[in-house]
Design a protein around this ligand. Structure first.
Ligand code: 13P
Length: 287
């Protein structure tokens, strides 16, 4: 199928009280793992890249490969840029097949943040592309972005409502106690805060930092209105372990098809498990 709009997937997921799994990919094998895993689960899926991955792999390569992958499989696939601070990079993404974008102005003062996000939203909407924004600040590490626990800030419901109205964004990422990367202890999500945001914000809500969050908490978050779940680290870890495992068995291994093939299979298993957790398995034809 041609690449589809993330927003349409997320809106329908919200109606059905499920979530769309959004996986951060890094290379050809992780794109294949996500597409094959989603196809085996007959699930709609979002493939996303951070600006760091764009720098590593190239926007043109990613845009063409994901478009081709979507064409080859009969499931709805969207392509999204995650935590992008740059207007220009977002324009490049849109020119290269991305169907939604996240603009991240979290390190700016509120008024400057709104100005940047609104500028992106106005431009993106003019060409039919949807925009994810974030208010509050999710802690942890992603790419070269490190937000320590002092800087991390939970989303305030009234501020979330105002931010959506001020910017015109289509989906909102909220901070309710998750963080990027793995957790030292068990993360405690602030579900009352989630429900309070959901009650007054009109756009679908996104949960970042889902790796390492217990399954029951993910299910509860979906029940309370989260319609997109971002997963990065839980794909990176099995990939690294599979590669390390291949070399542990044979330290002379030099064939990328062997160690990257093992990595692809390991990532695919996690993709399938997360899709089932999101409740979107078997729904491809309903989207
Ligand atoms: P994790 O690395 O914790 O899965 O976070 C992913 C994410 O939120 C990407 O934006």
């Amino acid at each position: 199928m041609p690449l589809v709009s993330s927003l349409e997937l997320i809106k329908k997921a919200k109606e059905k009280k499920v979530a769309i799994a959004a996986f951060n990919i890094h290379n050809l094998e992780t794109i294949q793992a996500v597409i094959e895993g989603a196809s085996e689960e007959r699930a709609p899926v979002i493939i996303q890249t951070t600006p760091g991955t764009l720098k590593h792999a190239g926007i043109e390569y990613i845009g063409v490969i994901v478009k081709k992958a979507a064409d080859m499989y009969n499931i709805p696939v969207a392509l999204h840029v995650d935590h992008c601070p740059s207007f220009n990079t977002i324009v490049q993404c849109i020119k290269n097949n991305y169907t939604s974008v996240m603009i991240d102005g979290a390190n700016l003062e509120y008024e400057e943040n709104v100005k940047l996000v609104k500028r992106v939203t106005d431009m993106a909407h003019a060409v039919g592309i949807q925009v994810e924004g974030e208010i509050g600040r999710i802690g942890g590490v992603e790419d070269d972005m490190f937000v320590n626990s002092d800087e991390a800030a939970l989303t305030i419901p009234s501020e979330a409502k105002k931010f959506v109205e001020d910017t015109g964004i289509d989906t909102l990422a909220i901070a309710i106690g998750t963080a990027h990367g793995m957790y030292k202890g068990e993360p405690k999500l602030d579900f009352d805060r989630l429900s309070a945001i959901e009650a007054i914000v009109d756009v679908p809500l996104v949960l970042h930092g889902a790796s390492g969050v217990p399954d029951d908490s993910i299910k509860e978050a979906i029940k309370r209105g989260i319609a997109k779940i971002n997963i990065a680290t839980e794909l990176k870890n099995p990939m690294a372990e599979a590669i390390a495992g291949t070399f542990a068995k044979n330290k002379e291994e030099n064939d990328p098809r062997n160690y990257m093939g093992a990595a692809r299979e390991a990532v695919k298993e996690v993709v399938k498990k997360k899709i089932r957790l999101c409740g979107s398995s078997g729904l491809a034809d309903e989207f």
